[in-house]
Design a protein. Structure first.
Length: 200
């Protein structure tokens, strides 16, 4: 599987904290959106695979392929999504999938016009639910890339090592996550308590 990410820089420590905070802030809206029917499991997986394809997380690709197959998604669509090809995406979902790709391409700093289009197309609540899915997989990628590479070094051959990664990078990212994840959760809880607006 050819990943777009080759040549793309891995996430920095500072980026990882911003990614964790964004995910902690919005993933609960993904779950609420699914309960309300604003986000289907199939669309959630398409969004996550679009992001994973950009970031090049082999571990996340493997995991989300299993989930998508389990929910009945065709294997050819999954292969195409993981190549960045969207011809199988239902017409009513293409704006969302393209936004997910754009979000990952801009490393979590999307153009506001793209966000406005997403919100206008699906409604604000659905857009925030989709943002939760997108940010959730960004966090998964930020943890999955170093985890998968480290596990490969330790002998788990079904996971591929990321050629961009080093042992030092993997250890730094995973050890920092021990500190950053609880801090990001507290930061997100404070933002929620203060009713700060959710922005992409």
């Amino acid at each position: 599987m050819k990943l777009k990410a080759q040549g793309r820089k891995l996430f920095s420590l500072a980026e990882s904290y911003r990614i964790y905070f964004g995910a902690m802030r919005t993933v609960p809206y993904m779950a609420r959106g699914e309960k309300r029917g604003l986000l289907t499991p199939a669309l959630r997986e398409r969004l996550m695979m679009a992001v994973t394809q950009v970031n090049g997380c082999a571990m996340c690709s493997w995991y989300h392929t299993r989930l998508a197959l389990g929910m009945g998604m065709e294997s050819e669509e999954i292969r195409r999504l993981l190549r960045g090809e969207y011809q199988d995406v239902p017409e009513q979902e293409i704006t969302a999938v393209l936004f997910a790709q754009h979000y990952a391409d801009t490393r979590g700093k999307p153009d506001m016009a793209a966000w406005d289009r997403l919100s206008e197309t699906y409604g604000k609540d659905a857009a925030i639910a989709m943002l939760g899915a997108i940010r959730g997989i960004m966090m998964g990628n930020a943890i999955g890339i170093p985890s998968g590479s480290l596990l490969h070094r330790l002998g788990v051959k079904r996971l591929k090592a990321d050629s961009r990664s080093t042992l030092l990078y993997e250890l730094a990212m995973l050890l920092s996550a021990v500190v950053f994840l609880p801090a990001a959760a507290l930061h997100a809880a404070a933002a929620q308590a203060l009713r700060l607006p959710i922005e992409p």
